[in-house]
Structure formats: C-alpha cells, structure tokens
Design a protein around this ligand. Structure first.
Ligand code: CAA
Length: 258
C-alpha cells in the first residue's frame, strides 16, 4: 500500500506505524487519519503481525488535529464528516495490542491518539496536552474522557481548562504513561515491549486487552465476572496447556495461537 503521510514496516512480527508529516509536526489531517486507520486495520488482519507500535518523530508524536484543515469548517461540516468519531470507533475495534511510543509533542488529537492505544511509552522529551481551549474548542477524540480516567478529575480539568502541557515525569507520576526512557532509547524500549507481547499467545494477549478495556466500561462486579468468564475460556485453548506444561518442564513455551 502506498501511503504518503505514514510509514509502515513489519519487522519480527511487529507492525511499526510512523506518522510522517514532518512539516506539520504530524498534525492529523483527514488524509493521515484515513491512512492510519487503514494501516491499523491491515496490521490487525495480517497474520504476520502480533503487536503494533505507533510512533511519530523526535520532535512530535502529533501536534493535534490539523488546525488549518479545520479552521473554516462549519458545525454541519464537522458533524457530517465525524472524522474523530470514526477514529474512536475504528481504533477501538483493533484487537491486537497497540503501543504508542511518544517523543516530543503529543497535543490535542495527538495526546488523544496516544491514549487510544493500549499503553504509552514516552521519551524524556514527551509533552502531553489538551490545548484545544486556546482555539475556542474542546478535545474531540477523548481528551475530556480518557485523560480523566488516566489522571483523575483535577489534573484533567487543569489540562483541559488551562491548556498547559504535562512533561514526561508528570505524565509517568500521574499514570498517563507506563514508562519514561531517554530519547535515544525510546524505539528500542517500545520495540522490546512489543517483542515481549509478540512472543505470547495472540489469543491470550487479545483476551487480556479485552479484559482490561472492559474495566473502563462496567462496574467492578460485572468486570470481575467478565474476567472470570474469559479466564475460564482460555482453558479451552492449546496455548494454556502449552504455557503451563512449559512452566512445569522448565522450558520456553511454544505458543501456536490455538
Ligand atoms: N495543525 C496544523 N498545523 C500545525 C499544527 C496543527 N495542530 N501544529 C503545528 N503545525 C504546523 C505549524 O503551523 C507550522 O507550520 P508552518 O511552518 O507552515 O507555519 C509547523 O507545524 C511547525 O509548527 P510551529 O512553527 O508552531 O512549531 P513550534 O516548535 O514553534 O511549536 C507547538 C510547536 C507548540 C506544538 C505548536 O506548533 C502548537 O501549538 N501547535 C498546535 C497545538 C494544538 O493546538 N493542538 C490541538 C489541535 S486541535 C485538536 O487536536 C482537536 C481534537 O481534539 C481532535
């Protein structure tokens, strides 16, 4: 597939997607969004891919939705196009794990895109923010919803109302990112994490993702029941037999996604 605004590589069972609009700090215009969603869905459907890594450049993961593209739009235009609703729905439907590797600016839609992934690994230079208020709008791909679940009401209100940026140390402290590493080590760390995931049973990894995601959508009681049912269901797989046998026999498990 010929993409113009992203670069896609498949390496050792990892689908690496790099946002690539350097002149606009990877601002998410409609072309980039459409190419990104296509690449994510294609990686999800590709048997060679077991984990996906989404990244940007050193300077910017993404500096938000494309302000130049949006500036002249009317209410009717944005609601008819519903581009960001599509981002939420289509990324939400990806079943393989997705890691966001974030360096530099992750602002507005960029921060939201990172949060729509399964977890975020950040470099020391990462800066997160929901500065939409400075443009007379609010977050549109989950910045008022997902960010609040990550960092709590007080910090989310602070970010959404003042538009200030959060540095990587604060982001790690607040639970927005899972790890922070020196800039030069970002891709090694993210690809290493993806490699670890790629070595697991894909059925189990997908199930773990589904279980964690359900915790955002339901009560604790329902979530615990859902987890129990998924846990039981994994005993129907060969990979459960293999994983436990390998432990007992003190060897590396050979998962076959069965
Ligand atoms: N949309 C379109 N173009 C953008 C952009 C964006 N979100 N962010 C940066 N760019 C462009 C700039 O216009 C500039 O292009 P030109 O050279 O043609 O002028 C180029 O990228 C480089 O940017 P700067 O010169 O501004 O770089 P800087 O280092 O001085 O500043 C920055 C970096 C602080 C990230 C600054 O670019 C900035 O504030 N960007 C906008 C951030 C923002 O408001 N994001 C939210 C967008 S709205 C949104 O995302 C809605 C939603 O929830 C979905």
């Amino acid at each position: 597939m010929a993409f113009e605004t992203i670069i896609v590589e498949i390496e050792d069972h990892i689908g690496l997607i790099k946002l690539n609009r350097p002149d606009a700090l990877n601002a998410l215009n409609s072309q980039l969004i459409s190419e990104l969603l296509e690449a994510l869905e294609s990686a999800d459907a590709n048997d060679k891919v077991r984990c996906i890594v989404l990244t940007g450049s050193d300077k910017a993961f993404a500096a938000g939705a494309d302000i130049k593209e949006m500036s002249e739009m009317s209410f009717v235009d944005v609601s008819n196009i519903n581009l960001f609703g599509e981002v939420n729905a289509r990324i939400g439907a990806i079943r393989k794990p997705i890691i966001a590797a974030v360096s530099g600016y992750a602002l507005g839609g960029g921060c939201e895109l990172a949060m729509a992934c399964d977890f975020i690994i950040a470099s020391e230079s990462a800066k997160f923010g929901q500065p939409e208020i400075n443009l007379g709008v609010i977050a549109g791909i989950g910045g008022s919803q997902r960010l609040t679940r990550f960092v709590g009401k007080s910090k989310s209100m602070d970010m959404n109302l003042t538009g200030r940026f959060m540095d990587s140390a604060e982001a790690e402290r607040s639970g927005l990112v899972s790890r922070v590493v020196p800039n030069k080590k970002l891709m090694d760390e993210a690809m290493g994490a993806a490699q670890k995931i790629a070595e697991k049973s894909l059925i189990t990894a997908r199930t773990a993702k589904e279980a964690v995601n359900r915790s955002f959508e339901t009560t604790l009681e329902e979530g615990l029941l859902f987890e129990q049912r998924l846990f039981h269901s994994l005993f129907a797989t060969e990979d459960q037999k293999e994983g436990m046998a390998a432990f007992i026999e003190k060897r590396q498990a050979q998962f076959r996604d069965k």
